[in-house]
Design a protein around this ligand. Structure first.
Ligand code: ZN
Length: 488
């Protein structure tokens, strides 16, 4: 059997606060880490920076929040790779401006026999992205024909900007691989699984590029838009408890009958994301065929049969060397609890969460704690095993699975006393967690150990510790070594 990959997601702040050598020593000693997933670019506090305001500090790093953290590209930006995009060579992170994370860490990792991957976080929700010159010309267009907040996957300037970064990374650095992450909730998923607010500009996209694709496929964007406007009203009514006399589910299905364009337009949106994957995969293969390319799957894959249906491992395995699944067993409890609550106020608004939950578990092939106990119990190690196995079988042997292991991922709403409320629509809004209180599931060395064992029992080729080293307690990292010792 080839060596098991033990990866860890780590950002620039950790190296700057603690020193490259210290971080590498620590993760090697504590968790037998042999692969670094270096978070660049990232504009997302889930992968970059120190613990977020309102979240606790672990027992290492600098215990001060970075209120004005912006993120971006922590490598050197080589302008020659950004010629065919109006965004140009934008993106260098303002933190540690003279420091190149890839240039500094990769050689040091190589000396120790560790692999280096770039964890490229699209961070589409991040407000600071919109500050780059011309970024506002790349935005999606919403159902009211006004620019929305996220960039459009079908916008050539936006695509080419990311492909420029890919070319820059693979030509400038001796990386072993790329993990590209795009955690976006799609328009139809949002309307089906949670109460939304129509003014947020998240039900998209009707930009000229998307309309053109619709035209090629013979789908009327006007009909799609009309359908989505009605679906937004349906969503608002059901969420407010105004269930139509025929029921929430039947009236949802009726809208699909009346506007089949709802599904067709959703397909255009999903295909835009997947085309980005294809472009990245092909670009890397063309120049560095030995380099590994993989996709990060948000935890929504575990919660939503609808999201699952649109993200087929069999299809994705043709354009991936590995798929990293976000099987976070601690944070997953509160997150799944919130997801069930959301869908019980939308497409399953005819029932209550306690009734919806057991059915969804069956549909997903999971067996977990009672609904009431989910936030405090979290998800089980068996969940990690089942999801790993499902991904592996789904990929039909064409790609390997790296299982995401939860080490101190914050659960519940942050302590609001020391943070400003987020601007609606500027949060990631996938894998959301609306729970709160001191009783929520917590990481322990034993739970890390059980999750790592379960991942390998499920057939994983590796594990990736997430979300970021800067929030992980050292004792919990040691759980990885415990599992590896048992596995032999
Ligand atoms: Zn568009």
């Amino acid at each position: 059997m080839s060596e098991r990959l033990v990866g860890i997601q780590v950002g620039a702040s950790s190296f700057m606060d603690e020193g490259v050598g210290t971080v590498l020593d620590t993760v090697q000693e504590r968790a037998a880490v042999n692969a670094l997933f270096l978070a660049t670019p990232t504009w997302n506090t889930a992968t970059g920076g120190r613990p977020e305001p309102g979240r606790p500090f672990p027992d290492h790093g600098t215990p001060e929040h970075e209120a004005d953290w912006r993120g971006g590209n922590y490598a050197t930006v080589h302008p020659e790779y950004y010629a065919n995009t109006i965004l140009g060579a934008a993106g260098r992170a303002p933190e540690y401006p003279a420091w190149d994370m890839l240039g500094s860490v990769i050689p040091e990792a190589k000396r120790r026999g560790m692999k280096s991957y770039a964890l490229m976080d699209e961070s589409s929700h991040a407000r600071h992205l919109r500050g780059y010159p011309n970024f506002l010309k790349c935005l999606e267009v919403d159902i009211w024909n006004k620019p929305a907040r996220r960039p459009c996957f079908n916008n050539p300037d936006y695509r080419n900007w990311h492909l420029g970064m890919i070319e820059d990374y693979i030509k400038s650095y001796e990386l072993d691989g790329i993990l590209w992450s795009s955690e976006r909730p799609s328009p139809l998923d949002r309307l089906m699984q949670e109460p939304t607010r129509q003014g947020l500009g998240l039900i998209t996209c009707y930009c000229s590029h998307c309309r053109e694709i619709g035209e090629e496929r013979g789908i009327s964007w006007r009909r799609a838009q009309e359908g989505y406007r009605k679906l937004v009203l349906w969503n608002a009514d059901v969420a407010a408890g105004k269930i139509p006399s025929d029921g929430a589910f039947a009236t949802f299905w009726r809208l699909l009958f009346t506007y089949p364009e709802l599904l067709s337009w959703q397909s255009i949106w999903v295909d835009g994301q997947h085309q980005m994957y294809r472009d990245i995969f092909g670009t890397v293969r063309a120049f560095r065929p030995e380099m590994k390319v993989g996709w990060n799957m948000p935890q929504n894959m575990s919660f939503s049969p609808f999201y699952r249906a649109a993200n087929n491992y069999a299809d994705l395995s043709h354009i991936a060397d590995f798929i990293k699944i976000s099987t976070y067993n601690n944070a997953g409890g509160p997150r799944f609890h919130s997801w069930i609550a959301g869908i019980s106020r939308t497409v399953f608004g005819d029932a209550d969460p306690k009734t919806v939950y057991p059915l969804i578990l069956k549909i997903l092939g999971l067996d977990e704690a009672s609904y009431a106990d989910l936030p405090k119990n979290g998800l089980s190690a068996d969940y990690v095993r089942r999801e790993t196995k499902r991904a592996l079988v789904g990929g039909e042997g064409r790609c390997v699975i790296y299982t995401g292991i939860d080490v101190d991922i914050p659960a519940g709403q942050p302590d609001k006393s020391d943070i400003a409320p987020p601007v609606l629509g500027d949060a990631a809004m996938i894998d959301a967690d609306d729970t709160s209180g001191p009783e929520l599931a917590k990481t322990t060395p034993e739970r890390v150990k059980a999750a790592v064992r379960a991942a390998f029992d499920g057939g994983a080729a590796g594990v990736v510790l997430g979300r970021k080293y800067s929030e992980m307690k050292l004792a919990n990292l040691s759980g990885v070594r415990g599992a590896l010792a048992e596995l032999g």
